[in-house]
Write a protein that binds this ligand. Structure first.
Ligand code: G3I
Length: 441
């Protein structure tokens, strides 16, 4: 086909305009993320919060939850007193509600917790010896089996070390069943849910020189040497009351990571929420490649177990505090971890908004991905798969596919700015979806 000169001029002008708009789009795409979850995801991490089931009906609460966070830890609903109130009678209603909310919104779930000396139901408190050991193992097995495939990380054992200068285990009814109770719990959890990452979680383990930190370190080192299935260590990081943010916190995180485990900041709150301390914690996590993410212990100060200390990122009215701005800025200026593809191997997505993918739950034959969009509400995101992988399920968006079935265009459907999908590997378990464009109006 020949193109007449006037027509050619129009065509050239149209191509130039398209190139200019794409250039603008790419510039816009490089803008800083505007939510904690999206920004953390750009750095290969999550940003989560503790969630209470009885607050899921509060729309002010869920608005912030769904906008800012891509990971949830049930605050009380998976503890032993909640899930097994009577021996061998399990109760999952509130925990299931939280997991369903997380799945519907593409958030990862940290299970908290399978074995703990506190918040035990009466029947368990009254047991001892072999009967208690067997009841604990049965609890681990039943609960981890119930949630199999839905939990990214389990706090298998919580708070098993003593405070103070001993560096020893805490005395408890579980400890009195024998020193091997912790490794027995980890083995039972691995058998029940082989795809969940298994963590030990504790508080006052933030200062590298503290005896308690060293005690936990020696246990993890021993577990790794003997092949006990442990994948991660959680640092609760309640910087309130008796313990403050220590200047050697980064050393603590990196020293544990050097043992071959991931590290997580699992219950962060800081008395009066000083912006500096929140910034330091965020920077410390970003500086340690195996630090997978940060979970704050509640959304608004009024949701906190220590509401009188106003330790969180949002005030009681749901407004962002100075600490929020400090965390977001630190996340946005952090470097991408070395595990990401080197710059240039994946072209930057085209378009005028930003879409960040966060890896989700992985099963033998499929895996989840959640994508958070920032920069517009009426968006359309193009995701390209590597054949023979195919998407089997999506949520929080309206998908359409090209004829090959490997290019999915996901459009906003009013469910917010995070959508998700499950990809069947169909034999290719290494490829991961690429976001090729994000367009918003
Ligand atoms: O739901 C009942 C309510 O019906 C009742 O009227 C009221 C009366 O006290 O109690 C309510 O339950 C409380 C529950 O929180 C829900 O608010 C419990 O008494 C109270 O003990 C419980 O506290 C929780 C605490 O763990 C228990 O140990 C906090 O919410 C929770 O934030 C806190 O979380 C722990 C982590 O699991 C482990 N690390 C430390 C962290 C802070 O203590």
């Amino acid at each position: 086909m020949t193109v007449s000169t006037p027509r050619r001029a129009v065509l050239i002008a149209a191509v130039a305009a398209l190139a200019a708009s794409l250039a603008v789009g790419v510039t816009t795409a490089a803008q800083a993320a505007t939510t904690l979850g999206a920004s953390a995801a750009e750095k290969g991490r999550y940003f989560g919060t503790a969630v209470a089931a009885n607050r899921l009906g509060d729309s002010a609460y869920t608005t912030i939850l769904n906008r800012e966070f891509n990971q949830i830890t049930p605050e009380n609903e998976m503890k032993t007193d909640a899930t097994e109130p009577n021996q061998n009678q399990f109760s999952y209603g509130n925990a299931d509600r939280i997991v369903a909310h997380a799945r519907a919104n593409g958030m990862q779930v940290r299970g908290h917790t399978l074995a703990w000396h506190a918040q035990q139901p009466r029947w368990m408190e009254s047991l001892s010896g072999t009967a208690l050991r067997n009841a604990m193992l049965n609890h681990v097995t039943q609960v981890a089996t119930h949630f199999r495939g839905q939990i990214a990380w389990w706090d298998v054992v919580n708070e098993a070390f003593a405070d103070g200068s001993s560096g020893a285990r805490r005395d408890s009814n579980l400890q009195r069943t024998g020193n091997d109770w912790i490794e027995a719990a980890f083995r039972a959890a691995r058998a029940a849910d082989p795809n969940a990452q298994l963590c030990y979680n504790d508080y006052n383990t933030d200062n590298w020189t503290d005896a308690k930190t060293q005690g936990v370190y020696r246990m993890v080192q021993d577990f790794k040497q003997r092949g006990v299935p442990i994948d991660c260590v959680g640092f609760q990081s309640h910087f309130t009351g008796g313990s403050n943010y220590p200047s050697n916190y980064r050393t603590t995180l990196s020293s544990f990571a050097a043992l071959g485990v991931d590290v997580h900041i699992t219950e962060l709150d800081i008395r009066n929420a000083p912006a500096d301390a929140y910034r330091n914690v965020t920077n410390d996590c970003l500086a340690v490649p195996r630090c997978k993410g940060i979970t704050v212990w509640g959304i608004r100060d009024s949701d906190s177990w220590r509401s009188g200390e106003s330790p969180l990122l949002f005030n009681g009215s749901g407004q962002k505090k100075a600490a929020y701005d400090a965390v977001l800025a630190a996340l946005n200026s952090g470097t991408t971890p070395p595990t990401s593809p080197p710059p240039g191997t994946t072209p930057p997505p085209a378009g005028n908004c930003t879409a960040s993918a966060t890896p989700g739950q992985v099963w033998g034959d499929r895996y989840n991905t959640s994508v958070t969009v920032s920069g517009g509400s009426n968006w359309s995101v193009v995701v390209t798969l590597t054949s023979p992988q195919r998407v089997s399920t999506t949520w929080n968006g309206t998908p359409s596919w090209d004829s090959s079935g490997t290019v999915m265009t996901m459009r906003a459907n009013g469910s917010g700015n995070t959508f998700g999908f499950t990809t069947m590997t169909n034999g290719n378990s290494s490829a991961r979806p690429q976001i090729t464009s994000c367009t918003a109006s």
